[in-house]
Design a protein around this ligand. Sequence first.
Ligand SMILES: *[C@@H]1O[C@H](CO)[C@@H](O)[C@H](O)[C@H]1NC(C)=O
Ligand SMILES: *[C@@H]1O[C@H](CO)[C@@H](O)[C@H](O)[C@H]1NC(C)=O
Ligand SMILES: *[C@@H]1O[C@H](CO)[C@@H](O)[C@H](O)[C@H]1NC(C)=O
Ligand SMILES: *[C@@H]1O[C@H](CO)[C@@H](O)[C@H](O)[C@H]1NC(C)=O
Ligand SMILES: *[C@@H]1O[C@H](CO)[C@@H](O)[C@H](O)[C@H]1NC(C)=O
Length: 419
Amino acid sequence: MQMRYLFVLIVLLLLLNSCSARKRRKRGEKNAGKRNSEKKVDVSNPADYIWAKHTVAAGDTAVLHCSFDAMYPTYYAYKSIDWTKEPHEKSGKGKLLATGDKMVYDNNNRYRVFTPSGTALSVLIIRRAKKSDSGLFRCNLSDSGHRHKYLLLNVTDSSIEAQTSPDEVKGYVGENVTLWCNATGYPRPMIYWTRENSHDKLPDGTYQHWGNSLQVSNTKKTDGGSYLCYVDNFVQPIMSYVFKLKILNKETKAKFEAEMFRYDSPKLYVGENMKHAPPPVRGRAYILVYKMYMEDYNPNMKIHMTWFKENKKLKRYSKRFMILDYTKSSKPYRAESTLIIRTFDNIDNGNYICHFQTENLSNWQVFKMHKKPIDPNPPFGPTPSPTPKVELVKTKMPKTEKLYSMDDEDFADESSGHN
Ligand SMILES: *[C@@H]1O[C@H](CO)[C@@H](O)[C@H](O)[C@H]1NC(C)=O
Ligand SMILES: *[C@@H]1O[C@H](CO)[C@@H](O)[C@H](O)[C@H]1NC(C)=O
Ligand SMILES: *[C@@H]1O[C@H](CO)[C@@H](O)[C@H](O)[C@H]1NC(C)=O
Ligand SMILES: *[C@@H]1O[C@H](CO)[C@@H](O)[C@H](O)[C@H]1NC(C)=O
Ligand SMILES: *[C@@H]1O[C@H](CO)[C@@H](O)[C@H](O)[C@H]1NC(C)=O
């Protein structure tokens, strides 16, 4: 009797056991999934379990991809992938974003999921990313809780910092001028240039130039004008900067030189050294020269060279003075004017000024003649009278020529330069 009851009990127990075991097995899978889904990840401490980390700038497109293809390609190829956004707080609830190719969460059409068929690959695309999209994303094979990956998305602020050339840039004809538009930031900005009117060509013949600098080589007057540089990080509105390029004539870059010398010496006293020039000899010549050099010039340029003594304009020929002008119309352009104080005497002391004037430039030099004239030494004969006769001066002309023979080229040109 007891044995029968015992047998029935054992059978019942066995039945119960197998039943619950089957149930347990079933529930087991579910629980495994549940356990995983409830396992909270500390977002602030992204550790080894992060499979991929993406950083995008706010406004940019974030592309998260998840793939299980590599493991058992044929087996997984027919499974779909789900996407979940993990909660920010440990106690929070995850948000299901997509299952397979179906978007569950659609934030203003910004979230898209892309799943090529026949693959265990899923791409989650978040357009115009916001800072609130940052966080931990999880993808899992749809029927397997333990096959999953975590992806961390970091949406950062975008920024552009630009350091540019000044608004107005000047250059000279024939020079190379570079405009700078140095911009950095995140995402890295692209920089391109156009004329202010984008239908006008850039100096290199194109309409658009990419890069942080725009070099204008061998500038021409027509290169002057407004240029724009655009800074685009594809996230923020495009920033632009205007530059005014002014191309000046080289003429304004003339070099000037002043020199003086005494009739009896080949020694020239140039610029600052003029103050060390020897004193004039009474009755003999003293010569003042003002020169201008230009690398390039406009052939139509007319230069006026004028001499003054104490602000009174001098005649080209007179009893006391002779002015010789010389110009050389080839490269480098050269112009010079020579004042010969023919027979120096006390009355010739004072300030002499030579003034050069063209359409676009004006320059002058003051020559200070304040040293008391000395008397000539015997080889030069007796002191001429303080007011020499014109005839006497004429006979002295060869002497002046001799002085100019120091520079033969000057001398040859000079006779034709007489006017
Ligand atoms: C994996 O995807 C399935 C199907 O969407 C889902 O039911 C399950 O909860 C997911 N697994 C985990 C661990 O989240
Ligand atoms: C996000 O990216 C920014 C900029 O690269 C970085 O400073 C910050 O530490 C990143 N945050 C995380 C959580 O990775
Ligand atoms: C821009 O950067 C270049 C180097 O790439 C530098 O030579 C130039 O001086 C910079 N210009 C400005 C305006 O910062
Ligand atoms: C100007 O640039 C050109 C090439 O762009 C170069 O050949 C030339 O040497 C440069 N001239 C100067 C003065 O730097
Ligand atoms: C003087 O400058 C003006 C304007 O820049 C220019 O048009 C003109 O050709 C220049 N004159 C000479 C002689 O170079």
